[in-house]
Design a protein around this ligand. Structure first.
Ligand code: SAH
Length: 491
């Protein structure tokens, strides 16, 4: 077991005119000094002998040389120290002496001795991106740096310089932060960056100034975007949903929306959980309406973020009717609804030439005997049923399907936490699934599939653990392939 990697606080240091000590005079020290000099730090290098390039820096006066072996007195007045010798004992003495004096120390390639880490870094003009693994996985940080290097083109640097140059004008003309953000979005949507890519700085600057002037009198108009967050796996969010989350001022989200998706939203967007769970109504619907209205009227960009898709058992329709009645602008971004995601992640094709020519999405929420649902229709074969909110109603749904004539041996599958790391799939038949669900203590959110296609999960599953509920004696301890084979044999 190695030591756990600490959580580090990222910071960018202003080292102008501050003494910084580098211990060591070889090539590693040279690279550290080269990285320090552009910051304007006052660099001292302590070593008995110097690499010729470092010696040249000393000769021209940009670096001070402390001659000899490390002496703790070298730390006097120093803000930061980097130990870059090839002698572990010397490096350790530097780290200990620095620790005693509360001076931040980095020991090259020895994370446990470091009180600060030097991240992998990408520079684009005034923009710096630093990546750290806390010293725990430097190769991974380096890999990410290489990828970002190729993805972030150089025009970002020139754009950064332009924005710095006109910073005062931007602040003076567009004092409101919300308006400034909209201005900035307009900059990113404009062709300023492609002008910069072509090297046409003059046109880019001209276009930027025009945008600054145009932004001055923009009055904020709030809008609401009804965005489907998908079932949990953040990879299933749409690109448009992601863009809106990055522009949002306020995010009103359900409990079903995963933390992974919320993490993608703009850092300083206000997040308000208005989650509803069957039985526990956290925030009443009227209050959700009132919150949307309040923030939209305040000129905010509101994202109403719902699990799955907002128009499938999500009350999205009611919310839009309300917004329309109050004259608030809106847009709708669909999401991957739980039935599609759970089917995909469990290996259950919802339609199949041999087994199902139609699929129905049903909510099994209503408790009453006379719930108005088409049970006789549900009992017909050659179709797949996807029941939302299936856990508490499971027994009743299975019993009613059997009572209306669907065969008790009809395959079904429950998918709990579909698409999430903790996903479980339980495969059974209409008559044994309720007992299996109890035995495995299935919890919400879970989705119930009924129909021949549900049995295909045994062979086609690919995500997470193999389905539960199938005869253990033939499947225990087998690989997924052998497991599917054994089941096919047994069938
Ligand atoms: N608008 C949502 C559905 C909301 S109703 C959508 O389009 O997906 C809530 C029900 O959806 C839950 O009770 C459950 O049956 C289902 N559900 C949502 N996310 C799920 C998930 N990750 N895994 C399994 N079922 C899920």
């Amino acid at each position: 077991m190695s030591d756990p990697v600490p959580t580090l606080f990222p910071a960018f240091l202003d080292l102008r005119d501050r003494p910084v000590l580098v211990v060591g005079g070889g090539s590693v020290a040279r690279r550290k000094i080269a990285a320090l000099l552009p910051t304007g730090a006052f660099v001292r290098v302590g070593a008995p002998d110097l690499d010729p390039e470092v010696a040249a820096m000393v000769a021209e006066g940009s670096v001070e040389h402390l001659h000899g072996r490390f002496d703790p007195a070298w730390l006097d007045g120093v803000w930061l120290v980097i130990a870059a010798t090839d002698e572990p004992d010397t490096n350790r003495s530097v780290a200990e002496a620095a620790q005693a004096r509360r001076i931040w120390a980095n020991v090259v390639d020895d994370a446990p001795l470091c009180s600060f880490q030097v991240p992998a870094r990408i520079e684009r003009g005034p923009l710096q991106i630093a990546i750290s693994s806390g010293g725990g996985a430097p190769m991974l940080a380096r890999h990410l740096r290489e990828r970002l290097e190729t993805e972030l083109d150089a025009s970002l640097g020139t754009l950064g310089h332009l924005l710095v140059e006109h910073r005062r004008r931007i602040r003076a003309r567009i004092p409101d932060t919300g308006a400034r953000r909209r201005f900035f979005d307009a900059v990113m949507r404009s062709d300023i960056q492609s002008m910069l890519r072509r090297g046409d700085r003059a046109s880019a600057e001209h276009a930027l100034l025009a945008l600054i002037d145009a932004s001055t009198d923009v009055t904020a108009e709030g809008r609401v975007a009804l965005v489907g967050a998908g079932p949990g796996d953040a990879g299933l969010l749409t690109l448009r949903g992601l863009r809106l989350l990055n522009e949002a001022d306020v995010i009103l989200h359900d409990r079903l929306v995963s933390a992974e998706v919320l993490d993608l939203a703009r850092r300083d967007a206000e997040r308000i959980e208005v989650g509803k769970e069957a039985g526990h109504h956290h925030v009443p619907q009227e209050q959700i309406h009132a919150l949307m209205l309040e923030h939209a009227r305040a000129g905010k960009r509101v994202v109403r973020l719902k699990g799955g898709d907002g128009f499938i058992f999500g009350r999205g329709g009611e919310e839009l009717e309300f917004l329309r009645a109050h004259g608030i602008g809106y847009e709708v971004v669909p999401g991957i609804t739980a039935a599609l995601a759970c089917a995909a992640y469990a290996g259950i094709p919802l339609t199949h030439r041999d087994h199902a020519q139609s699929v129905r999405f049903v909510t099994a929420h209503a408790k009453a005997e006379d719930d108005g649902l088409d049970w006789a229709g549900f009992a017909r074969e050659q179709q797949t049923l996807a029941f939302y909110m299936g856990v508490s109603g499971l027994e009743r749904v299975c019993a009613r399907l059997i009572a209306h004539g669907r065969a008790a041996s009809t395959p079904c599958a429950l998918v709990e936490n579909g698409s999430r790391a903790e996903q479980r799939v339980i495969v059974g038949t209409l008559d044994d699934l309720p007992a299996l669900a109890r035995r495995h203590d299935v919890q919400s959110p879970a989705l119930l599939f009924v129909g021949e296609v549900a049995a295909l999960a045994a062979q086609l599953h690919w995500f997470g653990a193999a389905p539960l509920g199938m005869p253990a004696d033939i499947t225990d301890g087998l690989s997924p392939q052998a497991h599917a084979h054994a089941l096919a044999e047994a069938a």
